[in-house]
Design a protein around this ligand. Structure first.
Ligand code: SF4
Length: 237
């Protein structure tokens, strides 16, 4: 019997998304654009923007797909849009988003250039509730295509819902945050969700904000190392 933890994660074959892409670092060559086969992020934005695959379509104002740079080596995946995101059509633009931008800037990441930001579900769950496992499963093909088309080296999972939805891990985020998890040629790291940090504002050593800063410094170091390796390979050729 399939467990809940494996039924809806991106690396299982469970759920509704039978036509979802393989999460290979080498993209397949799709022939047409649907939720099952997107040829580009532009096609994905158009088709996802009309999605009616789950009940969240009936209460949304905007489908919230992404912000940032689709060429970035770093992706951050959150839970789902809140009120401000639903109103603007952009992820992480409320208080939590501003805090995220500050954290990124503190380790030298530019919010426009150095990261691509999206969510597990693209439409706002009413009342800011967590998306249900079925909603996450129905939205899964869009996220899979985003990961495949952006092809980041490092993926941050902000909060336990993103960690469960993407990796199927149900261990608490407090235990998992800061750990590197290698899947399908990429490095994933669960981190605290910025909304949680807004409720836990202490910066003392060992507190969530301090730990998050440590996590982002580790991400910065990993990406710097990757870039240095790529540059040295170019020099050799
Ligand atoms: S949440 Fe995802 S699956 Fe549901 S309607 Fe929005 S885009 Fe479609």
């Amino acid at each position: 019997m399939t467990t809940e933890s494996t039924q809806f994660d991106l690396f299982s074959n469970g759920g509704e998304a039978t036509g979802s892409p393989p999460l290979s670092p080498s993209p397949v060559a799709p022939t047409h654009s649907t939720e099952e086969n997107c040829t580009s992020l532009e096609d994905l934005a158009r088709d996802c923007g009309n999605c009616q695959r789950c009940a969240l379509a009936s209460t949304r104002t905007h489908v919230v797909i992404s912000r940032g740079n689709p060429l970035a080596q770093l992706m951050l995946i959150g839970e789902g849009p809140g009120q401000h995101e639903d109103e603007t059509g952009l992820p992480f633009v409320g208080r939590a988003g501003r805090l995220l931008d500050q954290i990124l800037a503190s380790v030298g990441f530019d919010q426009e250039q150095d990261i691509y930001i999206c969510n597990v579900v693209k439409c706002r769950p009413p009342g800011n509730r967590k998306p249900t496992p079925e909603e996450m499963a129905r939205c899964r093909p869009w996220l899979q295509w985003q990961i495949q088309l952006v092809n980041p080296a490092v993926v941050l999972l902000a909060g336990s819902t993103a960690m469960t939805g993407v990796l199927g891990i149900k261990t608490g985020i407090t235990k998992m945050r800061g750990q590197w998890i290698e899947r399908d040629g990429r490095a994933y790291m669960p981190v605290f969700h910025p909304s949680f940090l807004l409720r836990n504002a202490s910066r003392h050593k060992g507190d969530p904000k301090w730990l998050t800063w440590e996590d982002f410094k580790a991400v910065r170091a990993r990406l710097d190392k990757l870039e240095a390796s790529a540059q040295s390979r170019e020099t050799l050729h």
